[in-house]
Ligand binder design. Structure first.
Ligand SMILES: O=C(O)[C@H]1O[C@H](OP(=O)(O)OP(=O)(O)OC[C@H]2O[C@@H](n3ccc(=O)[nH]c3=O)[C@H](O)[C@@H]2O)[C@H](O)[C@@H](O)[C@@H]1O
Length: 346
C-alpha cells in the first residue's frame, strides 16, 4: 500500500499541496535512538550491530579503524538509511550526536594486542577518555566492554565482580588487562565526577561466526585447523581452563546491561568450564574426527583457570547464556569453511 493510500487522503491533489507531516517523515528520517558502536566492524561489534539494526527505532553509527575489524562483517548494512560507517581511530576525538555509546574498540586477541602494545594501551586509555568526553558532551549513556582479563591469573574461582584480580602490571599482556582496568577506573571517575551514565561489562571468552580466522584465539584456531585438516595445537599444559560464550548470548547480555539500571561491572560469560584438551577433543569430535591433537609451547602469563560467576547478571539483568559449547561450535563450521575456501566434503 502506498503512503498516500495509507493516509486516506484521495482528494489532496485538488487542494493546496499538503505540508509533509513530521510523523510521516519520521518513519524514514528520524530514529528514537541514535547509537554509536566503536569497534562495530569487529567480531562481537558486528553481531551487536546486527541486533541493534533489527530494531527499526535505532539508527546505528559504527566507528572502526579496521585494525582487526572488517567492512565485510557489516556489508549487509552498508547503504541502509539507518546505518553509517566511519573510518575512525578512537585515540582521536570524535564528535557525533548520539544517545548511547557501546565502546568496544580494542584488539582482543593476544596476538593482535601484543603486536603493538603501546597502541593497545593508548586505545584503552585515550580511546576510553575520548568516548567518555563525547558521552559527557552529548549526554549519552556509555557501555564499556571490559574483560575477564582484569582478574589476571585469578586466585579465586569462579570469579565474581568483587574480586580485584591478580594481574602482572609489567607483563606482555598488561597493555590489554591493565589498559582495561584503567578504562574501568575512568568510567567510574567520569560517573562520580560528572554524573555520566555508565555500564561496564566484563566479557569472558566469546566465540562464533566472523571470528578472525588467524587471530590466534583458541576456538578460531581449532576450528580453522580442523577444517584445514591440520593438527589442533593445544598449548601446554592443556589443563588450563576457559569458559566459552556464544556470540548471540553475549550480545543479548550487552543490550540488557545497556538498557538496565545497573552500572556494573557485571560478568557476561558462559560458566561452562573446559580444559583446552577437552575443547580440542570436542572440536575433533564435532568438526573433523580425523584430525590430530598436538601439544605446543605456551605464552607467558597465560591464566590457568577462568570461569565467570554470573549470579549478578542473572539477578540484575535476568540474563543467562542459552547456547552450550557443543551446540555453538558447529555453527561456526560453514562460515569458516567458506572464508577458508575449503569445499564441503559431502
Ligand atoms: O577470546 C576471548 O574472548 C579472550 O581472548 C583472550 O584471552 P585468552 O583467554 O588468553 O584467549 P585465547 O588466546 O583464546 O587462549 C585461551 C587458552 O587457549 C590456549 N590456546 C590458544 C591458542 C591455541 O592454538 N591453543 C591453545 O591451547 C591458550 O594457551 C589459553 O590457555 C583475550 O585476552 C581476552 O581479552 C578475550 O576476551
Amino acid at each position: 500500500m502506498s503512503e498516500e493510500a495509507s493516509n486516506g487522503d484521495h482528494n489532496s491533489a485538488a487542494k493546496a499541496p499538503p505540508t509533509p507531516s513530521p510523523l510521516r517523515f519520521s518513519k524514514f528520517f528520524q530514529s528514537n535512538m541514535r547509537i554509536l558502536v566503536t569497534g562495530g566492524a569487529g567480531f562481537i561489534g558486528s553481531h551487536l550491530v546486527d541486533r541493534l539494526m533489527e530494531n527499526e527505532k535505532n539508527e546505528v553509527i559504527v566507528a572502526d579503524n579496521y585494525f582487526t575489524g572488517s567492512k565485510d562483517n557489516l556489508k549487509k548494512w552498508i547503504g541502509h538509511p539507518r546505518f553509517e560507517l566511519i573510518r575512525h581511530d578512537v585515540t582521536e576525538p570524535l564528535l557525533v550526536e548520539v544517545d548511547q555509546i557501546y565502546h568496544l574498540a580494542c584488539p582482543a586477541s593476544p596476538i593482535f594486542y601484543k603486536y603493538n602494545p603501546v597502541k593497545t594501551i593508548k586505545t584503552n586509555v585515550i580511546g576510553t577518555l575520548n568516548m567518555l568526553g563525547l558521552a559527557k558532551r552529548v549526554g549519552a549513556r556509555i557501555l564499556l566492554t571490559s574483560t575477564s582479563e582484569v582478574y589476571g591469573d585469578p586466585l579465586i574461582h569462579p570469579q565474581n565482580e568483587s574480586y580485584w584480580g591478580n594481574v602482572n602490571p609489567i607483563g606482555v599482556r598488561s597493555c590489554y588487562d591493565e589498559g582495561k582496568r584503567v578504562a574501568e577506573t575512568l568510567m567510574f571517575d567520569y560517573h562520580r565526577q560528572h554524573g555520566i551514565e555508565i555500564r561496564i561489562a566484563r566479557i569472558f571468552n566469546t566465540y562464533g561466526p566472523r571470528m578472525n580466522i588467524d587471530d590466534g584465539r583458541v576456538v578460531s584456531n581449532f576450528i580453522a585447523q580442523a577444517i584445514r585438516n591440520e593438527p589442533l595445537t593445544v598449548q601446554a599444559p592443556g589443563t588450563q581452563t576457559r569458559s566459552f560464550c556464544y556470540v548471540s548470548d553475549m550480545v543479548d547480555g550487552l543490550i540488557r546491561l545497556m538498557e538496565g539500571e545497573n552500572t556494573g561491572p557485571i560478568n557476561i560469560g558462559n560458566p561452562g568450564e573446559f580444559t583446552m584438551i577437552e575443547l580440542a577433543e570436542t572440536v575433533k569430535e564435532l568438526i573433523n574426527p580425523e584430525v590430530k591433537i598436538i601439544s605446543v609451547e605456551n605464552t607467558p602469563d597465560d591464566p590457568r583457570q577462568r570461569k565467570p560467576d554470573i549470579t549478578k547478571a542473572k539477578e540484575m539483568l535476568g540474563w543467562e547464556p542459552k547456547i552450550k559449547l557443543r551446540d555453538g561450535l558447529p555453527l561456526m563450521k560453514e562460515d569458516f569453511r567458506q572464508r577458508l575456501g575449503v569445499p564441503r566434503k559431502n
